[in-house]
Design a protein around this ligand. Structure first.
Ligand SMILES: Nc1ncnc2c1ncn2[C@@H]1O[C@H](COP(=O)(O)OP(=O)(O)O)[C@@H](O)[C@H]1O
Ligand SMILES: [Mg+2]
Length: 269
């Protein structure tokens, strides 16, 4: 990690900071380090490519600030948690194939050639949002509340023009509960919460393909009473904390804020 301070370049190599391998074998094929995809305070995403042209992403959880090294057990916890959720949905078309774990804080998943919705310019295909809804419905059927759908950086428009969903870091799995009454209450909460995912789905549709949105879908772009409360108690505080750290509008969260480099993008992903 490199810090710039008053013109002096101070290089600080925090204990084992770059532990990404030069190459890795997945499914009998060797993949070589290509480049860093995204590097922020919480994780680093590294791209690997095989001779045959296939690519995998290594997502390594890390608290990448001074003394972050002491939070490694927490990074391990988050990475394992994300992997467990990913395993429950890895066979859904539209979720990139899951690769092996790497160490205690990392895992590989297939790289989708394309562009995130955050950077996408142009007109999305007519069936883009119905395809995305199929992915999200299937995630919900497996009792997972995705939770991060407001972030356009988590939706990829593949070169095949199809949607792909990544990043299950904050998703929540609702384990089925046997006791009838408690089970019913938990199901009720789950069904209310997943409305938040649907809300974001149609907000995006309204933004990208408002010409195709139906009146029913439009009514879902308004939050219900429950979701208003949810947003007030969790959504807004979460975004406020995030904005304190991340420069407004940035998807590629690097060190802009600290290095005073002006961020050019307009909207928060
Ligand atoms: N499997 C993938 N295919 C294509 N791009 C990816 C993939 N995984 C990550 N990326 C790129 O890296 C970015 C960050 O990945 P993500 O898993 O969302 O991490 P974070 O938790 O840091 O948001 C994405 O917005 C996307 O640009
Ligand atoms: Mg993300």
């Amino acid at each position: 990690m490199v810090f710039y301070y008053k013109g002096l370049k101070i290089v600080i190599y925090l204990l084992g900071m770059r532990e990404t391998p030069e190459s890795i074998t997945i499914g009998g094929e060797e993949f070589f380090y290509e480049k860093i995809l995204k590097d922020d305070f919480f994780s680093v995403n590294v791209l690997y490519k095989s001779e045959g042209g296939l690519r995998y992403v290594l997502k390594l959880s890390d608290f990448r600030f001074i003394f972050g090294v002491f939070l490694r057990p927490l990074a391990q916890f988050f990475s394992r948690r994300e992997y467990r959720i990913y395993e429950k949905i890895k066979d859904i078309p539209g979720v990139p194939a899951l690769g092996p774990r790497f160490g205690k804080r990392g895992y590989f998943h297939f790289f989708i050639e394309g562009i995130t919705l955050h950077e996408y310019k142009g007109v999305l295909p007519d069936d883009f949002f119905s395809n995305l809804k199929e992915i999200i419905d299937e995630v919900h059927r497996r009792r997972i509340f995705y939770l991060d759908l407001n972030k356009l950086g988590n939706i990829i428009v593949g070169t095949d023009n199809k949607p792909y969903l990544i990043d299950f870091q904050v998703s929540v799995y609702f384990k089925p509960v046997k006791w009838f009454f408690i089970g019913k209450v938990i199901d009720w909460i789950f069904n209310k919460l997943i409305r938040e995912d649907i809300y974001h789905l149609y907000k995006h549709k309204k933004r990208f393909r408002s010409d195709l949105i139906t009146p029913d879908e439009l009514s879902l772009t308004k939050r219900t009473g429950f979701n208003k409360w949810y947003n007030l108690l969790f959504g807004q505080p979460y975004r406020k904390v995030k904005r304190l750290i991340y420069p407004s509008g940035s998807n590629e969260i690097i060190w802009y804020k600290w290095r005073k480099v002006k961020d050019k993008s307009k909207t928060m992903p």
